[in-house]
Design a binder for this molecule. Structure first.
Ligand code: ZN
Length: 328
């Protein structure tokens, strides 16, 4: 451990003992019941007093796996229970962090249970900084394995020695994260991702083929002359199967819109504005919006004009450009 000057400071900390951290509450039935419910534990030894009385324990006991949980700090500012030490058993992590190892991952913990704990007992634990490894490189990055050992006690009446009930070996790696792949590689991957293709059927083929010749074709009933969108096999107004289409002017206004900021979905732009366009013929179609100035939100009722753009060299789609009235 002579690689860095500051490691001697860490070396000097190994073996340091930290004071008591108390449980907020005595071992109690309510917390045990809630823990069992959350964890899906249905052993009646923990929750059914009558059953527990019939066992070798003679009374309810707490699930051993709750050991660490009893002495955890509160939420928020991590408030420790009254009587707890003000020392920070994790101070070594702060020292390592200050030398350029910002990340932490708990890698393993081993719990050992000396005996069952019963209702009404009050626990506390003490901590020893057991070891700090030499600098190591793992898939996560380069850093140090820090091992702490917590010993759990049940507080006894005055004059009696507190009883050790278990311990926990807790190991974390404090590290500099490994470098991520460089950005240009990500961009290249996004660039090859293609637009999803529409599902084309006999009912809507005219609609999608229209875009190839720069036409926005709206389904028209040959019987009642009404328009409908999206295309369907039957007229929704008169139920006629005799359907054709009308070529729309491509002019309309914004009926509604959404601007997708997150998640970023390749190959779409980000942010990705999508409009519901009310065509001047009276039907609405959803389509991508173009011509938005950065930071300016589209407005309901804003005039739009269709443009046709071909994506991936094979798919022509309508997009609607937001325009001011005098441009129409
Ligand atoms: Zn009709």
């Amino acid at each position: 451990m002579a690689k860095y000057e500051w490691l001697s400071e860490i070396e000097a900390m190994v073996g340091r003992q930290y004071g008591r951290i108390y449980a907020w509450d005595k071992i109690n039935e309510a917390m045990v019941r809630q823990w069992c419910e959350i964890m899906g534990v249905d052993n009646p030894l923990y929750t059914d007093a009558e059953y527990a009385a019939s066992t070798e324990h003679g009374q309810l006991v707490a699930p051993p796996a709750m050991l660490q949980g009893w002495c955890l700090a509160g939420y928020g500012d991590e408030v420790l229970a009254p009587g707890s030490t003000t020392e920070n058993p994790y101070e070594v992590l702060k020292v390592i962090e200050s030398h350029g190892y910002p990340a932490v991952v708990a890698v393993n913990s081993n719990l050992t249970f000396d005996r069952y704990i019963t209702m009404g007992e009050k626990l506390y634990y003490t901590t020893v900084l057991d070891s700090v490894s030499e600098e190591k490189t793992t898939a996560l990055g380069t850093g140090f394995f820090v091992t702490l050992k917590m010993t759990y006690f049940s507080e006894q009446a005055e004059g009696q020695e507190d009883e050790k009930v278990g311990d926990m070996m807790f190991r974390v790696i404090k590290f500099k994260p490994a470098q991520r792949p460089e950005k240009p590689a990500d961009k290249k991957e996004a660039a090859v991702r293609k637009r999803p293709k529409p599902g084309i059927s006999d009912d809507n083929r005219f609609f999608w083929e229209g875009f190839k010749v720069n036409e926005t074709r709206i389904q028209e009933c040959n019987s009642c002359k009404k328009l409908q969108h999206p295309p369907a096999p039957v007229c929704m107004h008169c139920h006629s199967f005799d359907l054709g289409y009308k070529v729309a002017s491509g002019k309309g206004e914004l009926y509604s819109f959404v601007v997708m900021h997150y998640p970023h979905v390749a190959p779409f732009d980000s942010p990705n504005p999508i409009g519901l366009i009310e065509l001047e013929e009276g039907v609405r179609i959803p389509a991508g919006l173009i011509g938005l100035e950065e930071g300016v939100s589209p407005k309901i009722g804003q005039k739009v004009q269709v443009e046709y753009h071909t994506f991936d060299g094979e798919l022509t789609l309508p997009q609607f450009r937001l325009v001011s009235p005098e441009e129409l």
